[in-house]
Write a new protein. Sequence first.
Length: 500
Amino acid sequence: MPSSQEQNGSASRSLVLIKGGRVVNDDCITEADVLIEDGLIVEVQSNIEIRGGENIEIVDASGKLVIPGGIDPHVHFQLPFMGTHSVDDFYTGTKAALAGGTTTIIDFAIPKKGHSHLGAYEQWRKWADEKVCCDYGLHVAVTWWSDQVKADMETLVKEKGINSFKMFMAYKDVMQVSDSEMINIMSTCKDIGALAQVHAENGDVIAENTRRLLQAGVNGPEGHAQSRPEEVEHEATVRAIMLANQTNCPLYVVHVMSKTSARAIADARREGRIVFGEPIAAGLASDGHHYYHQCWRHAAAHVLSPPLRCEADTASFLMDLLANGDLQTTGTDHCTFTSEQKAMGKGDFSKIPNGINGVEERMSIVWHKGVTSGKMDACNFVAVTSTNSAKIFNLYPRKGRIQVGSDGDVVVWDPTATKTISVATQQSVSDFNIFDGMKVSGVPVCVIANGRVVVRDGKVDAVKGSGRFLPTLPYSAAVYSRVSTRDQVRAWKKVERSVA
Ligand code: URP
Ligand code: ZN
Ligand code: ZN
Ligand code: ZN
């Protein structure tokens, strides 16, 4: 058999050969080498031989796992929010992603109420295209409703590569949409084959609790947690699931932070509803006691919505559901603000910019908390950190799989190496890391994005603007395969009566 090089031997080809590792996909593990040529995986088999003096980069993966690059379906880079903008932009954010073994991110274009959704999409594309170091996709948040918004949603799906729309049930008067708006948005998603996403918290309750807490003098970060207790998230999750069921629209619940919400999603799935749930790195590895920390800066750094929960077993419960397939993906909601930005909320917790880090830490956290704990195996790990997101957002098998024809986004993963997460060594330009000091086992030793080695031995060699926008098509099979049958089964029933 001629080798790859003999078959087509142009000296200008870019070749990366990963040798001697165990290739892990979500459904199988094989001992194989992986050859990447000009950004695409071209061979996956044992003992790939390349002869001649071609310029080939060899990566030794013996004793290591070779996994599909991670996909973080939930980040907010340079997000204009709460009077400032998140400090990691599309350059530092994607650099951080790569450092942690994530080679695809999906951000959210979010228009202000009354502003154009197409305009927001174009703005985010402009911000991202010039800075991204890895491939990226976009969700679009629908923050208000009109016939024009409906038309824009259709254009975004048909012409702009968008297949998911997010609704905020919180952030009253800013991004929150009402139930009737949600019904319109979900119905439109269903008509055009898009996935509806929700930030599930009851914004009206939060607004009232915030007013009362501030009136009572509870103005520190602990007020943030108390303004939005678990049932506030749970109620909105259940309501979103009900609205999605009534419109027969598939639903994806972002940042599932509480046991009751996670259970609601799991129960709904068992009843046959088309619902997906995404816990985030922070919720899988931290908890709400930080809001009661003496140090204001420390407490404020943990402010995100929904908040971390105080019950000590929430994180392990979320991991159990992830491992069992009740929850499907892991995101981060990476949306970082410096201590100075967080200080905008000194004296009024409701003005602390909401957001935390995680894009660099997610993969190691999921391995550490999920695999080394014995809850999931390496295939489950690949599923929840990469493949399931690729399937749900219709990027599969281009992303989320190591096979011939897929993109050359591959991570050499050392399952036993350890790392202590540190704000001093992070790629994020924020001055805080909510996981600082945490020792994790399972680290990426080499990261290849689009066929280029971008991380090796802890050194990140990312190129600004080298990532590509990933247009996503509607009617993802993982999401929509049951929808039309469900429509037929659930058709309205009319009784024909002979007497009126
Ligand atoms: O606190 C958060 N989650 N900040 C980012 C915006 C959002 O709600 O996802
Ligand atoms: Zn949110
Ligand atoms: Zn502190
Ligand atoms: Zn978010």
